[in-house]
Design a protein around this ligand. Sequence first.
Ligand code: ZN
Length: 161
Amino acid sequence: MARMVSYVSAAKLVSMARSNPRLAIIDVRDEERSLQAHIPGSHHFASGSFQARMPELARAAAAKDTLVFHCALSQVRGPKCARMFSDYLSEAKDDSAIKNVMVLERGFNGWEASGQPVCRCTDAPCKGTRTTPNCWKTPNFGSPAKRKKDNRPLAMAHQKQ
Ligand SMILES: [Zn+2]
C-alpha cells in the first residue's frame, strides 16, 4: 500500500518528536549540511546518493514509524526523496514499521528561522547531544529567550563553525 506523503510544520514536528521516540528526521541536503547546522538528532542521506542508499535507510529506520524528510527549503529535494522512499517501501513489500512519510515545511532554513534549536556536531548520525543536550526533552526547547543571549548575528554564528 502506498504511503501518502504529507507536510508538517516545524512547530508540529517539535511536539511530534517529543512524544514519539519512533520518529526520525532525514536531512537530504547535500554538501550544505557540513557547512551549516542541522536539526538535532537528524540523519543525513544526501539527495545526490539518496536512491542508492534507500536500502540502508530502510534498515536504519527499521524501528521507526514516522520519517520526516527535509532539505534546505523542502521544495525540491526533500519532497522528491520522500516520494522516492515511499515508493521504495511499497515496492519492497516488506513489513516495514514505517507508517508515515512526511516532509518538513520550509525545510531546514524555515526551521532555523523560526527559532528551533540547531546542532553543529560532526557525528554521523547526529546524537543531538553535543550542543543541545537532551534538546527534545528540555522544557525550554525552542525557547526564543535562549536565542537572545547570543548576540552574534546569525551569519557570524555560522561562520564560527
Ligand atoms: Zn548534531
